[in-house]
Design a protein around this ligand. Structure first.
Ligand SMILES: O=C(O)CCC(=O)C(=O)O
Length: 265
């Protein structure tokens, strides 16, 4: 088995946080990203949205025959590349995944105040859903944090232990579920590290929300199995990650292809 790290990453989570992640399927890291990285990321997110690059990347994912490869991918923007291999994040990932994991994908957006909520779902990639032997995680980065002017993130602790379809709770929309935890007050640069199988929703404020919400999510998978990719241009994405040397010498295997199946709709 290949290892993504040739040097042991520094542990970041304490024992209680590692236990919480195993039990509940998420851990909240307030103010995790440093300020300079956050401001560089926000400038890149603005460019990504305002220059139509996000729309182009979606078009390339939806209809690759008509639209070809995206002209720019998120990981080709320097701050996003730095975020993917942000050393404290690599430490957190090593704490919960062990030393051998690969990058899966990243999405970046500036969500308008009018964006509706997103119904309960999980994001664990497996077809069909059959077990939780290997972990996949999503690092949900809230560049301006979460506050009364933004939608909240709602999670259902422990739900990653149950094998279920991604949309098994979608009929509930974004309604409250017994035992849910609402995350609606986080400082800038906060990250929620979630097991991808934990059910979660984005809940809009009933009274309406007032400002753009800068949101980047990046996912990573334990090695040892083959994961379904989510973008048809996944080989190109991984190959650019390798060419750009994201992760440097400490993470030479972060963009290895061998851990993925062929793309299927
Ligand atoms: O917007 C959020 O806070 C969560 C988004 C989400 O659920 C997702 O991208 O899967």
């Amino acid at each position: 088995m290949s290892s993504t790290s040739s040097v042991k990453a520094t542990s970041v989570l304490d024992a209680a946080q590692i236990e919480q992640f195993a039990r509940d399927g998420y851990v909240v890291l307030p103010g995790f990203l440093d300020e300079a990285l956050v401001s560089r990321l926000k400038r890149e997110v603005d460019r990504w949205v305002d220059d139509g690059l996000r729309d182009r990347s979606i078009a390339s994912a939806v209809d690759p025959e008509a639209n070809g490869l995206p002209p720019v991918m998120e990981l080709e923007m320097p701050a996003h590349a730095d975020l993917i291999a942000y050393p404290p994040l690599m430490g957190v990932l090593t704490d919960v995944l062990g030393p051998s994991f690969v990058f899966h994908h990243l999405h970046s957006d500036r969500q308008a105040p009018t964006l509706p909520g997103k119904p309960w779902h999980h994001d664990y990639e497996q077809r069909p859903q059959r077990d939780r032997t290997y972990a996949m995680v999503h690092a949900l980065h809230y560049l301006d944090g979460l506050d009364p002017e933004t939608s909240s993130l709602v999670v259902l602790p422990g739900s990653h232990h149950r094998v279920a379809a991604k949309d098994a709770n979608a009929h509930l929309g974004t309604e409250s579920i017994d035992g849910e935890q609402v995350l609606d007050d986080l400082p800038p640069g906060s990250t929620v590290l979630a097991h991808s199988a934990v059910f979660h929703a984005r809940r809009a404020r009933p009274e309406g929300i007032g400002k753009d919400r800068y949101f980047v999510d990046a996912s990573y998978c334990q090695t040892g199995t083959r994961w379904p990719p989510v973008k048809p241009y996944w080989r190109h994405m991984l190959s650019r990650g390798r060419e750009l040397g994201i992760g440097g010498q400490q993470w030479p295997h972060l963009f290895d292809e061998e851990h993925f199946e062929e793309f299927r709709r």
